[in-house]
Write a new protein. Structure first.
Length: 226
């Protein structure tokens, strides 16, 4: 059930210019959501929690449901995120409305599942990868693309995966070129389900390639609510 939460900014990290990770603490009860879901964030200080929902923007939840606070990462693109960068400080009050989406609750196979993410598109995947429910997946493979090493600010959350039996491949565009969907298909075949998250154009191209290669729509799950 979607609920509105009054929340406070608990912390903000700006590891790379133009990219911010923000953590929110609820002031109106524990957050409830599933891995892979997203929220609406409103900055309107005058909203009373009852009337028409103010201007907002959607963000995937990077934290997992077992964590007390919610964490998101965003890049500054457009006026709303510019306002976030200008206005949000530790202690700032915001409104959150959640949860939305069904990325990982849709029917799918958990055997040899392929996860492909570009840039901040990794965030909904992290909410699954760091959650106990990820133990249900058998031999998953993870492909993560970033424009450069510096933009991979998720190392701490991913490190335990690197030390497990889960296959994780980093692709840095300035050194390796972009993520290659054809290579990923060759390595994994057309049996598994594929999850794709990232820039809209990347999702469109990868989805089209999978369909061209004979994948059914049931096998392709995309995080493209934007």
């Amino acid at each position: 059930m979607v609920k509105k939460y009054r929340a406070v900014v608990a912390s903000i990290h700006n590891p790379v210019e133009g990219i911010y990770t923000v953590e929110f603490k609820s002031l109106t009860g524990a957050f409830r959501y599933d891995p892979g879901q997203f929220l609406h964030l409103a900055l309107d200080h005058n909203y009373d929690g009852v009337g028409q929902w103010p201007a907002s923007r959607c963000f995937s939840m990077q934290s997992n449901p077992d964590e007390e606070n919610i964490r998101i990462t965003y890049s500054v693109k457009g006026r709303f995120t510019e306002l976030m960068a200008e206005q949000l400080k530790p202690g700032s009050l915001v409104w959150l409305k959640l949860p939305y989406g069904d990325l990982f609750t849709r029917d799918h196979s958990k055997k040899n599942t392929v996860f492909i993410a570009g840039g901040t598109g990794i965030t909904p995947f992290l909410s699954l990868f760091t959650h106990k429910s990820f133990n249900e997946y058998e031999s998953p493979k993870i492909y993560l693309g970033f424009r450069s090493v510096e933009l991979n600010t998720y190392q701490n959350e991913l490190e335990y995966l690197r030390n497990s039996t889960v296959y994780v491949e980093y692709v840095y565009q300035n050194m390796d070129g972009p993520l290659d969907i054809q290579k990923i298909i060759i390595e994994n075949g057309n049996g598994p389900d594929y999850f794709i998250s990232g820039p809209p154009e990347m999702i469109r191209i990868f989805k089209s390639r999978l369909i061209k290669e004979g994948f059914s729509m049931r096998q392709i799950k995309t995080d493209d609510w934007e």
